[in-house]
Design a binder for this molecule. Structure first.
Ligand SMILES: *Cc1c(COP(=O)(O)O)cnc(C)c1O
Length: 504
């Protein structure tokens, strides 16, 4: 038996195209002229090696599933074009998650794009004081705006909100006690868990209250002469309903003033305006937190602010100054690109009524149902035209999500186009759409592939034509060395597992 498998594998190995032959192929020779030759050669070796591995591991079990020389050449061409394209490959977000972390969270507003373009190609007055010619504070490019928007005395920008929290906790808590409610010991996005971050910051965590209820007296009883701060964490990615109580910043303030402590508040999403203004669910805002008495508030620049990835710290000037002097600051500081894109984003919040026109995130969450429906209808027609033969295409209502832990469990009504492929499972169809150029990201619900019209821009609808046209041609997925397209039933002709990695 073993011998039989060995000899079958041997036969398969002997059918792998040779690297030298591959390099002689006309298409590959052309690539060598257009792109760095060494790189093309390296890819050719790699792709052949991948086929060998697929045979060894049992992914390829028959001669007719070994990719042909042309398949390999095609893969090299696709790969090199992706890698050598001047930018990160764009993606179409049909998943309906507005702040999709896997797709780079917020699409930037035009004013942020303009700011980036201006700053990127030139020198900038980043950390130089023009008057004296001496070293200046790089944060000053956004401080004025952040003070205006939040009512705080001062501000500081770091790489992301995780860094902001770490910097704050380390600056004030290193070796000292920090009080936090058990109801706020949350995990956000896997790697960010409040107890772990507190421990790493050097703060000695003192937990008070229970998961669902914490009282002011719980905090009061925990204060010792070793206490440095009280930490409040917005439980941004989930919502407790029912028998539940926590202590407001306003109430805590009476306590911290009496005992000379500070309140650090990790508010997470960084809402600047009350979203109820547009009929959405309430999300605590930064200006409220400051007005209520939080001494330091930290939040993400790329959640509800919809700017570049960064973490913003606002609060009392003496405390911000202390954070600036923390040696960690050098590791956390941001560059000119982030500061200019942040500046370009913050400006828009000075005129919140206009946000649905000026800011893509606010445009998406506020898009009227009629507009979303019309877009969904256009998408439906387009897909039917191109791939109606292979797919059942319908219009349905569903829900979009804010994403990135903002407005959890409060979905936004939307229109979606649903797809059922006659011959492909939903996971394979979704994978095939992701492998198109540009890639289309969808979600799967009730065994259907869902394209949410709310997160697709009007000018992206025409791109979907290309996406679906590509899916009606034979596709080649190098991860598993299987081929499929909408017209061929892969399960009847090819080997390979149906469980491709989901990236939604
Ligand atoms: C999202 C979030 C974080 C992490 O922020 P990043 O910008 O992703 O690093 C931390 N705390 C809260 C409450 C959050 O919502």
């Amino acid at each position: 038996m073993n011998n039989k498998i060995q000899s079958e594998k041997h036969t398969l190995f002997s059918k792998i195209p040779a690297v030298e032959k591959l390099l002689q192929l006309e298409t590959v020779r052309k690539l060598c002229e257009e792109y760095p030759e060494n790189y093309v050669h390296s890819l050719a070796r790699r792709v052949v090696e991948d086929v060998r591995t697929a045979i060894s591991s049992g992914s390829i079990t028959s001669v007719d599933t070994i990719p042909s020389m042309d398949d390999l050449a095609q893969w090299i061409e696709d790969h090199i074009k992706t890698e050598m394209s001047p930018k990160l490959m764009r993606a179409i977000n049909g998943a309906g998650v507005i702040l999709h972390t896997g797709l780079g969270r917020a699409p930037l507003a035009k004013s942020a794009q303009d700011a980036l373009r201006e700053t990127a190609a030139r020198y900038a007055i980043l950390a130089t004081d023009r008057e004296s010619g001496k070293r200046g504070d790089r944060n000053r490019h956004v401080v004025e705006m952040l003070k205006e928007l939040t009512g705080a005395e001062d501000a500081l920008v770091v790489n992301n909100n995780s860094a902001a929290v770490m910097l704050a906790l380390n600056t004030f808590g290193d070796g000292r006690e920090a009080i936090v409610s058990r109801g706020e010991l949350v995990e956000i996005g896997g790697a960010f868990r409040v107890p772990d971050v507190m421990a790493r910051s050097g703060s000695i965590m003192v937990e008070v209250g229970t998961t669902n209820k914490t009282h002011l007296r719980d905090y009061e009883n925990a204060i010792t002469d070793q206490t440095a701060y009280i930490l409040k964490v917005h439980t941004s990615n989930y919502r407790i309903e029912g028998f539940h109580q926590d202590v407001s910043i306003r109430d805590l303030k009476t306590l911290t003033e009496k005992h000379g402590l500070i309140i650090l508040h990790d508010i997470g999403s960084g809402a600047m305006v009350d979203l109820r203004k547009w009929g959405l669910t309430y999300e605590p805002t930064v200006p409220e937190a400051i007005a209520d008495g939080a001494d330091v508030v930290t939040f993400s620049g790329d959640k509800l602010l919809g700017g570049p990835q960064c973490g913003v710290i606002v609060g009392r000037k003496d405390l911000i100054d202390k954070m600036k002097r923390n040696p960690l600051m050098r590791a956390f500081r941001v560059d000119k690109l982030i500061l200019s894109a942040l500046n370009g984003t913050l400006k828009l919040f000075l005129d919140p009524d206009k946000l649905p026109e000026t800011h893509p995130v606010y445009a998406m969450m506020n898009a009227p149902m009629d507009n979303v429906k019309r877009r969904a209808q256009r998408i439906k027609r387009m897909i039917r035209d191109v791939a109606g033969e292979f797919l059942e295409v319908e219009l349905e209502t569903s829900y979009s999500e804010m994403g990135s832990g903002a407005l959890p469990a409060r979905p936004i009504p939307t229109y979606v186009v649903t797809l059922i492929a006659h011959k492909l499972s939903p996971t394979r169809l979704a994978s095939s759409l992701r492998m198109s150029n540009p890639p289309l990201f969808t979600r799967i619900e009730d065994e259907k592939v869902i394209i949410d019209a709310r997160t697709i821009a009007d000018d992206e609808v025409r791109l979907l034509k290309d996406v679906f046209q590509q899916c009606t041609n034979v596709r080649f997925a190098p991860e598993h060395w299987i081929k499929w397209d909408l017209s061929v039933d892969p399960d009847s002709t090819k080997s390979g597992s149906d469980e491709l990695p989901a990236i939604g």
